[in-house]
Design a protein around this ligand. Structure first.
Ligand code: UT7
Length: 369
């Protein structure tokens, strides 16, 4: 097997431009030789399997025209969405997350007991507690794991994959399953045309293991800003507004979004954090094989791709078929890209999410499958 390009090159380049990541800091503190040795010793968390699940039921824009005052033309031109999938009403988010977990085990050819940790990113857990990750653990029969949910809305998967990677890099765990799953149809107000046309249901996930030959997570950059909570939220059903007749009457258990504000924020932050992570690793869009952005709006993705000078073949886009599946968009897109043969060992992949919190961030991987 050929060796992958040495990751220290990016650390050196980053150091020369004075970037503040840990690789460049080490370079400056330790000097070139020591830094090379450090980098070569570093354990990286590589993606060794991908999987996704989408419900069979297709909901077209025309189907939504029958529910709210909208049009196929408006939805396509403003968002790029043609259709989305909805899970059966009586099936919860865990149904999709469990299917992904089982597929990951099958594809990697390992047993549930080979897993050390399961993280599920979701804003539509089956119940407020226990964590949906615990339901996945039980369903796949993983007897020696711990499991928890992570809530960062549309940035959920990027937050979760960066979190999961820490347990591999520290040597604490050998295999971490990271899943993004959301049943958005369960929190949509089908009387609100400004939100109900935007979302769909789905799940995707990856297996993280110790990478070889430089494969694995190279760097990440993540942010949160709770000041803009009014822009994107579900107010009811938590401890602030516990469920009551009043909260239900006021339709407070549905997602609400100030579309224009979030749009402006997403256009700015998706590009900003993507460029920042590339730059501090001495890279540009030209070095990427694939950009896998959160799929909320084709116009947001196009704007970010333009800022990074990326041609369309380097940008993963499937919003037309699945709409915004929140924590699931990035792992679904990643799994589809892998299945389509668009990623080879050694390729650089950048994933970027922006969403409720507000939260945003990127993770840069050297492909390891
Ligand atoms: O993933 C989480 C993060 N979320 C996002 O990144 C989403 C960010 N926001 C967006 O993608 C866009 O803002 C939307 C797709 C939500 C809306 O697109 P827009 O171009 O920003 O439209 P707008 O909100 O400015 O609304 C334009 C018009 C309004 O009518 P008036 O006030 O100009 O008469 C809306 O009432 O479009 C109207 N409108 C609709 N018309 C037909 C809003 N929703 C619809 C609809 N069908 N479904």
């Amino acid at each position: 097997m050929d060796s992958l390009p040495c990751p220290t090159a990016s650390a050196r380049a980053a150091a020369s431009i004075g970037a503040a990541n840990t690789s460049s800091l080490k370079y400056r503190l330790l000097g070139a030789d020591a830094c090379v040795a450090e980098e070569e010793k570093k354990i990286r968390a590589a993606i060794t399997a991908t999987a996704h699940f989408l419900p069979d039921k297709v909901i077209s824009n025309a189907d939504l025209e029958r529910l709210v005052d909208t049009s196929d033309e408006w939805i396509r031109s403003r968002t790029g969405i043609s259709e989305r999938r909805f899970l059966a009403e009586d099936e919860p988010t865990s149904t999709m997350a469990i299917a992904v977990a089982q597929e990951l085990l099958a594809r990697r050819g390992i047993a549930a007991d080979d897993i050390d940790l399961i993280i599920v990113a979701t804003i539509t857990p089956d119940m407020i507690f226990p964590a949906t990750a615990c339901l996945v653990q039980h369903a796949i029969g993983a007897s020696r794991v711990w499991a928890y949910d992570l809530s960062a809305a549309c940035s959920g998967f990027v937050f979760a994959v960066a979190t999961g990677a820490q347990f591999i890099e520290s040597g604490a765990h050998r295999r971490v399953m990271v899943i993004g799953a959301d049943k958005m149809s369960s929190i949509l107000d089908f009387e609100d045309r400004t939100t109900c046309v935007l979302f769909g249901d789905g799940a995707g996930g990856v297996l993280l293991e110790r990478g070889e030959d430089g494969a694995g997570m190279i760097d990440f950059e993540l942010y949160a800003d709770g000041a803009a909570v009014e822009c994107l939220h579900i107010k009811g059903g938590g401890s602030l507004y516990p469920p009551s007749h009043e909260t239900v009457d006021q339709r407070m258990h549905y997602i609400r979004q100030e579309g224009r504000t979030v749009f402006r924020f997403a256009v700015e932050k998706m590009a900003e954090v993507s460029v920042s992570l590339l730059e501090r690793n001495g890279l540009t869009g030209a070095d990427l094989k694939l950009f896998v952005p959160h799929q909320a709006n084709k116009r947001i993705i196009d704007a970010a791709a333009q800022r990074m000078d990326l041609p369309s073949e380097k940008v993963m886009m499937n919003i037309d078929r699945y709409a915004n599946t929140t924590a699931a968009t990035i792992p679904i897109a990643l799994a589809e890209a892998a299945d389509q043969g668009r990623l080879e060992r050694g390729d650089l992949v950048l994933m970027t999410g922006v969403g409720g919190g507000l939260t945003w961030g990127s993770a840069l991987f050297r492909w390891g499958q």
